[in-house]
Design a protein around this ligand. Structure first.
Ligand code: MC0
Length: 146
């Protein structure tokens, strides 16, 4: 079951300048940043709010790390802007399978690694009314050491 908007992915040319815009304009701070080589992005997660399912909602700012990445290709065609939306679920495998059964193309055979150790897959934008849609299961929260 999809229980939150996990994040909205925003493609940008210059991550540092875009982070500074969101900080100076809205007061949003970077919660987490990383490079995902497989996806070809450098990203910053700005936490907006916690959600009732125990997760959270973020803005995800994405800068391409290589010219052949999907985000670089999208930026070249469209310029900066909203690139995808991501729904959070406790079980990305089950939700992806159920959505596939409804005739929507799921882009990965198996979920791949996403931000902060999450497991992610994508749905084809042409099957989702023009919206690239991601499904996310967050990494389990580690219990503190005793
Ligand atoms: C492409 N299209 C989009 C789109 N990207 N439409 C809406 N939103 C997007 N983001 C449209 C194109 O305009 C084109 O339509 C058609 O889809 C085919 O696109 P293409 O440019 O020819 O490119 P393809 O077919 O090679 O690839 C499109 C596809 C790809 C969606 C399959 O971008 C993909 O695999 N995306 C999933 C992975 C991804 O985006 N990773 C980056 C975020 P027309 O009408 O012109 O034919 S990584 C991330 O977000 C991770 C780190 C995380 O959340 O943790």
């Amino acid at each position: 079951m999809l229980t939150r908007i996990d994040h909205i992915g925003i493609a940008c040319f210059d991550l540092d300048r875009t982070v500074e815009f969101y900080r100076a304009t809205y007061g949003f701070e970077v919660f987490h940043s990383e490079v995902n080589e497989e996806q070809g992005v450098r990203e910053a997660m700005l936490k907006i709010n916690d959600t009732s399912d125990g997760g959270a909602s973020y803005l995800q700012l994405l800068e391409p790390t290589r010219e052949d990445s999907t985000v670089a290709k999208w930026l070249a065609k469209n310029g900066e802007g909203v690139h995808h939306i991501a729904f959070g679920t406790a079980d990305v495998d089950a939700d992806a399978a159920a959505i596939k059964d409804k005739g929507v193309r799921v882009l990965y055979e198996e979920p791949r690694r996403g931000s902060m150790g999450s497991r992610i897959t994508f749905l084809h934008p042409k099957d989702c009314h023009g919206v690239l849609t991601e499904l996310v299961t967050s990494a389990p929260v580690e219990s503190p050491e005793h």
